[in-house]
Design a protein around this ligand. Sequence first.
Ligand code: SAM
Length: 247
Amino acid sequence: MTYLRKEVIGRATLYLGDAREIVPTLGLVSDIMMDPPYEAIMHESKSGMKGLVRPDGSHHWKPLDFDPIDAIRDEVVSWGAQCEGWFIAFCTSEGVARWADAINASPMKYKRACVWIKPDSTPQMNGQGPAQGAEHFVCAWAGKGHARWNAGGKRGVYTHLVNGPERTGAHPTEKPRRLMSELVADFTQPGATILDPFMGSGTTGVAAVMAGRSFIGIDLNPTYFALACKRIEDAQRQYGLFEGVAA
Ligand SMILES: C[S@@+](CC[C@H](N)C(=O)[O-])C[C@H]1O[C@@H](n2cnc3c(N)ncnc32)[C@H](O)[C@@H]1O
């Protein structure tokens, strides 16, 4: 068996286990939308945030209990062969060129790096240089023919608070739900199945089911897996009957 646990919650199928073993067994999905582990440099810099507390009482610094992406990036890019639409991966600014190089060496069509602007990101507390105010995601078209999305000529710039009212604070790198909902609305089609192989606390899954999409999520950490199950179950109970109304 390739996974430790499998939960089917309405339109969502969630796996506890290693994505590297599970993804190759899944067959085709519509889109891959993921927030994978960061580059090693970011994992190291997180230790400089010790002691800082967020507005919700959680800590900016928690040791990241998963390995950086560097060693497995090419393998992750190869999953694009199982994708019929968009391949989207969050990364640091420093990671954009590394993702672009890996994607350009694959059959996918690299489109560009988009930016998530964080108006409330952590200041540079030592005052020795500018603070990090944004994060990126690279997008590539893995499907046949021309790339298609729902947002016309919109720029790839997304502005969302890190510490918005919906933040649970239970995962050290939790993405804002509203950011993920905007991406789901822009990049995916009704009826799509979205795969997030590194789902953490399940934010992509919450956004997916709120928009009436199907979702497959994977995480190897049992605590984050349980959190994702709960959040997606709650979202489905709340929004499951009303496809596509959530923003
Ligand atoms: C950057 S976090 C994702 C956070 C998520 N976007 C959220 O909003 O909570 C990356 C996640 O990937 C998981 N992970 C790391 N390596 C993995 C692997 N090989 N297979 C499955 N999950 C993995 C980690 O446990 C972590 O929760």
